[in-house]
Ligand binder design. Structure first.
Ligand SMILES: Nc1ncnc2c1ncn2[C@@H]1O[C@H](COP(=O)(O)OP(=O)(O)O)[C@@H](O)[C@H]1O
Ligand SMILES: [Mg+2]
Length: 255
């Protein structure tokens, strides 16, 4: 049940290893075509070393807007690798990753990562001595995106979205519980309003009540805002609260 999560650093999203994306389909969200996937794995294979064992083999899958997709599978099945591919951190050895129909290999991946996809790391990667609001605003600044509203107002709105009272804005991360930090990590991932939210084991260290609260937030983001939400989980309970389950089989030994 414990699976290597993603240990990452925050502000530089360079070396992380996880992400996922989903697509939107029919919500009132601004996608042009209702049924076009937001993200797509198109016959993707991946080996960590040239000519080495494939850890992902001929994987195809669409991720739509408006849905929460749970990626499950045994440890070593390649879940984190899939997140990393979907988030544009690594490129497939074979096949393509398409974001709104465009091959990520030919797209501006920095822009993709800083505007279109929000990643929630298992270890949160919040800056502990800074406040909640400072963490969120740093992420907005790092994205380089233009905002029409004052950042403080956006941050407060995001806190409401993740069901944290406004007073939390000034609180330092190190004073927060695990569940509260998870909410802040989600708010931060939402800060530049990406289409896709990807999370590796977002409820792995939380008690059941908090887990359900977090899942309710993800479902709301998908169902009312049309986000494409992709989460890796080991929990059958979390998978059952998702709209779709993408089960990865262990492939490693077959090669
Ligand atoms: N950096 C790496 N170099 C070589 N092999 C790796 C690396 N990262 C993961 N792997 C291997 O790839 C396979 C899939 O790993 P991973 O995507 O982390 O699976 P999961 O997240 O499902 O546990 C595993 O067999 C793992 O040992
Ligand atoms: Mg993993």
């Amino acid at each position: 049940m414990t699976e290597p999560a993603i240990t990452e650093t925050t502000a530089t999203a360079e070396q992380t290893e996880q992400d996922i994306t989903v697509t939107d389909r029919a919500t009132d969200h601004a996608t042009d075509r209702s049924d076009s996937p937001v993200l797509m794995l198109d016959n993707v294979s991946y080996s960590y070393t040239k000519g080495g064992k494939k850890v992902i083999r001929n994987l195809s899958r669409s991720f739509e807007a408006g849905k929460v997709v749970a990626i499950t599978g045994p440890s070593g099945a390649g879940k984190t690798t899939v997140l990393s591919l979907l988030s544009g951190l690594t490129s497939p050895t074979e096949g393509r990753i398409l974001y709104r129909g465009k091959d990520l290999a030919k797209a501006d991946r920095y822009r993709y990562r800083s505007h279109d996809i929000g990643v929630i790391f298992q270890s949160f990667n919040l800056l502990p001595s800074l406040s909640v609001e400072e963490n969120i605003i740093l992420s907005m600044d790092a994205s380089g995106k233009q905002f029409t509203q004052p950042k403080h107002d956006i941050a407060i709105g995001l806190l409401a979205k993740v069901r944290l009272a406004e007073e939390y804005a000034k609180e330092r991360i190190l004073h927060l519980s695990g569940g509260e930090q998870q909410r802040v990590a989600i708010a931060r991932a939402l800060s530049y309003d990406p289409d896709v939210i990807i999370a590796d084991e977002p409820t792995g260290n939380l008690d059941l009540g908090t887990q359900d609260d977090i899942m309710a937030i993800f479902r709301e983001l998908a169902h009312t805002e049309g986000k494409c939400v992709i989460i890796v989980t080991h929990s059958p309970d979390v998978a059952s609260q998702s709209d779709e389950v993408f089960q990865l089989a262990a492939l490693r030994r077959q090669r």
